[in-house]
Design a protein around this ligand. Structure first.
Ligand SMILES: Cc1cc2nc3c(=O)[nH]c(=O)nc-3n(C[C@H](O)[C@H](O)[C@H](O)COP(=O)(O)OP(=O)(O)OC[C@H]3O[C@@H](n4cnc5c(N)ncnc54)[C@H](O)[C@@H]3O)c2cc1C
Length: 290
């Protein structure tokens, strides 16, 4: 009798060692992860900006985070693959993850989901709008855009937070601004500005409206809390943007990440399999429970 063929386990995580971390805000941390096993590192084929992964804290569970650093490609050089994720400690898994430190091990499976179509945006002006931790889901595409800046027009990065203390990626924003043709605008909600704050004060959609950019040949890529997106879409409509020019990424609660369990469906749309990246035009076709 033939031995039964081993069925690959799609839920089996790679072991990743925490190579370092940076605290962005009191409750948001960016982790740098490297494969613990050299064979798994060699087999890794990289990811596209906008994709996500399932990260395991052993004994606590799995959480989904955006892959937040510039995409790593197998032909990209001698560096071993490093995956970064930026997460807010809000519950069981994320608090357990925050309790780990450099040298400890977590699980990773992915990359999953579709990606931002950067190649289709060549020659266009790009606007990245991140509200709070939403910036994490845009960072990979944004860093790739900065790397390939010559292929795009003007790039505007609008990083908004409730307060100065809540703003993510404070340390690296000067390096974004240093790229020619890139403008970085920081904004905090009214009352969130501290002494010496020299950025904008206002709700993110209002700050965007005040910038009065011409919508022609422009793509807006936005991620943030649903209420921010609601008002941002109203502003964009008022300014004359077409729904096809506006792209976002959904963060519905999900479980398997691979289209099997059905937890993340919005009508017929499986966020983990068909998304998470969607245009505003596509969102308009879905029931309003995203
Ligand atoms: C595609 C995708 C990408 C994501 N990327 C990031 C990221 O880059 N960084 C990041 O910090 N988070 C991200 N999230 C959200 C993240 O997955 C959850 O915050 C995390 O799983 C919470 O796990 P927990 O066990 O700590 O929280 P739990 O203990 O399960 O819940 C704590 C609280 O958070 C709420 N909550 C849990 N998940 C979500 C969610 N998806 N949306 C809204 N509320 C939620 C719960 O209702 C509860 O009130 C992403 C989610 C998706 C689907």
């Amino acid at each position: 009798m033939q031995p039964a063929e081993a069925v690959p386990n799609l839920y089996h995580p790679n072991l990743m060692r925490i190579a370092g971390f940076a605290d962005e805000t009191p409750d948001v941390r960016t982790l740098k992860l490297q494969f613990a096993d050299a064979g798994e590192a060699r087999a890794f084929t990289g990811w596209r900006p906008g994709q996500f992964g399932q990260f395991t804290v052993f004994g606590a569970g799995e959480s989904v985070f955006a892959l937040a650093n510039k995409p790593w490609h197998p032909n990209g050089g001698a560096e071993p693959p490093t995956i970064e994720c930026t997460f807010r400690a809000i519950g069981k898994v994320t608090n357990a993850l925050r309790a780990l430190s450099t040298g400890q091990t977590v699980g990773f499976r992915g990359p999953y989901g579709n990606h931002f179509p950067l190649d289709d945006w060549r020659g266009k002006h790009l606007v990245y709008i991140g509200g709070g931790i939403g910036m994490a889901a845009l960072r990979s595409a944004m860093l790739e855009t900065l790397d390939r800046k010559a292929e795009f027009g003007e790039v505007l990065i609008l990083n908004g937070a409730r307060t100065v203390a809540d703003m993510v990626y404070k340390e690296e924003m000067p390096s974004w601004q240093a790229v020619q043709g890139v403008r970085v605008v920081r904004c905090v909600d009214p009352g969130g500005e501290g002494e010496g704050w020299d950025g904008e004060v206002g709700l993110l959609p209002n700050v965007f409206e005040k910038l009065a950019l011409d919508p022609a040949d422009r793509i807006v890529v936005a991620c943030g809390p649903p209420v921010m997106l609601h008002y941002l879409f109203l502003s964009l409509g008022k300014l004359g943007y077409r729904p096809e020019q506006v792209v976002t990424t959904l963060e519905n609660k999900m479980k398997c990440g691979i289209g099997h369990c059905g937890r993340c469906y919005v009508g017929p749309f499986s966020v983990c399999r068909d998304g998470p990246v969607v245009t505003w035009a596509e969102l308009n076709e879905l029931p309003k429970d995203y």
